[in-house]
Write a protein that binds this ligand. Structure first.
Ligand code: FCX
Length: 456
């Protein structure tokens, strides 16, 4: 059979068998210990969750389905003409099925999403009725929740569908939701930043990212003309579609990050109550909207802007070090540096930097970010407490978006969210496929914790 659904229909019974076997034979084995710190300290590092789609290794980096992210980027089939990047569509195929798609299979996903992409009018009306002061992320949460009348999962559940079939409806809803997200996000962007100007038509000649960029109206025509002129003058390769390629790459890199991070865990948690995928995704986005999670990409740019205002676009190493020191002395962290799990430069940073070196190495923001990659770790290491002094994903994304004229910082987390849908919804489909039960850990009061301590 072809397509994701056929692949899943074949694979899910096998994985269920495997699961049942593990449960029966090894269900009682102990794989971790819970300390008092685990209970009061955010469950850091506890081996508590299941995730089939992606994993992190503190030194080796990020894996999607057992493949290093850089190999995923290298091997995903190039679908549209003239593109240098794989597609998020192909990435979704990989995350859900565990298989690297062929070019044809990746194209099939694009076609499916184009077919499913039209957003119901009542939802667009709701977006249009929003006050501009409502943060784009809050609008994304509201819009995805309000799509819930579309849910085939709800319909099937109400009619008494078999539990073994739940994944099929979770799949349909996930595909429909992902297909609609570019239009939803672009409508929010147009309303908040462009007085409602912008297209909402899906063009069947373009892929998911191409449609998204066009609906955002980016890069602006002036910029495309400028780039064409630059390319003619430098007798370089064709340009103009670089921004779509950046979008493809961005959507692949931000998609999945294990299941313990806030956005993935929120989606899973809500999904275990058998809330439908639209509501589960909405919950996920509420979490991504927090400053310790998805909002960090915004903070990096704020910091860089301050830096450039203070010491200019081409400061000396000494000036940079002093600015970094001053930030630290002011009691602030260096945004975009450090990670809870990784212990080396985030591969998502490296891949974005490779893109930048190919497409816009002379951009002053890009140059600065690249120089800081050498300088900041030296300074952070000297503090003797930062577990990972190297840059994470958020240190780079902002300057690239700025380069292509996506200047509205408040929108950056929405892009992150559209991408994150691919990961959290792949995980959700598998949660329903494997019959993940409702999450319900036991909680303890401080009196009870003290009793444990006294008994120990
Ligand atoms: N600048 C200055 N100090 C830093 C630092 C940074 N970038 N990163 C960590 N430290 C400090 C911590 O503040 C802590 O100091 P303290 O003991 O005085 O409180 C000490 O180093 C140890 O923290 P560490 O174990 O290295 O880091 P955590 O796992 O606790 O936290 C994050 C990880 C990412 C939250 C932390 O490095 C940070 O605040 N970075 C800056 C913000 C950021 O970039 N966030 C995005 C993270 C990521 F990409 C994502 O999840 O999206």
């Amino acid at each position: 059979g072809k397509g994701i659904k056929a692949k899943l229909a074949k694979k899910i019974p096998i994985e269920r068998e495997k699961f049942l076997g593990i449960k029966c034979l090894h269900g009682q084995k102990i794989i971790g210990q819970i300390s008092v710190n685990s209970v009061i300290g955010g469950m850091r590092g506890l081996p508590l969750l299941f995730c089939e789609t992606s994993s992190l290794d503190k030194n080796k980096g990020i894996y999607y389905r057992g493949k290093l992210l850089k190999d995923v980027c290298a091997k995903l089939p190039r679908v549209q003409e003239g593109t240098q990047e794989g597609t998020p569509e192909g990435c979704f195929f990989l995350l859900t099925t565990g298989l690297m798609p062929t070019k044809k299979e990746a194209q099939e996903v694009t076609k499916e999403w184009l077919k499913r992409g039209s957003v119901p009018r009542y939802c667009l009306r709701m977006i249009d009725s929003m006050d501009k002061r409502v943060h784009p992320m809050a609008q994304l949460c509201a819009a995805s929740a309000c799509l819930n009348p579309q849910s085939q999962f709800v319909e099937a559940y109400t009619k008494g569908a078999r539990r073994a079939d739940y994944w099929k409806y979770a799949y349909e809803d996930s595909m429909n939701l992902i297909a609609m997200l570019p239009t939803v996000a672009a409508s929010i962007y147009a309303n908040v930043f462009k007085d409602g100007e912008g297209s909402r038509e899906v063009n069947h000649k373009e892929d998911w990212s191409g449609n998204f960029c066009r609906m955002l109206g980016l890069p602006e025509k002036d910029f495309v003309d400028l780039m064409r002129l630059y390319m003619i003058l430098h007798a370089d390769h064709e340009s103009g579609n670089d921004f779509v390629d950046l979008m493809r790459l961005y959507m692949i890199l931000h998609a999945d990050h294990e299941s313990g991070n806030v956005s993935a865990h929120a989606c899973h948690l809500v999904g275990t109550a058998l809330s439908d995928p639209f509501l589960s995704f909405s919950a996920s986005m509420c979490g991504l909207a927090g400053p310790l999670h998805g909002l960090a990409n915004q903070e990096v740019l704020v910091w860089l802007t301050k830096l450039r205002k203070a010491i200019g676009d081409d400061p000396s190493d000494e000036e940079l070090k002093k600015f970094i020191d001053d930030t630290l002395k002011g009691g602030q962290v260096i945004p975009g540096y450090g990670h809870a799990v990784l212990r080396d430069t985030d591969p998502r940073f490296v891949l974005q930097n490779e893109f930048a070196m190919k497409h816009c190495k002379d951009d002053p923001g890009v140059k600065l970010v690249t120089r800081l990659w050498k300088i900041i770790p030296e300074v952070l290491k000297k503090l003797n407490k930062v577990a990972n002094p190297y840059p994470n994903v958020d240190a780079h994304s902002g300057v690239l978006l700025q380069h292509y004229c996506l200047k509205e910082l408040k929108f950056y987390t929405v892009l992150f969210g559209v991408s994150r849908a691919l990961g959290v919804l792949s995980q959700l489909i598998w949660s329903r496929a494997l019959g993940a039960p409702i999450e319900r850990p036991k909680s303890f009061s401080s009196t009870e914790i003290c009793r444990f301590i006294n008994e120990a």
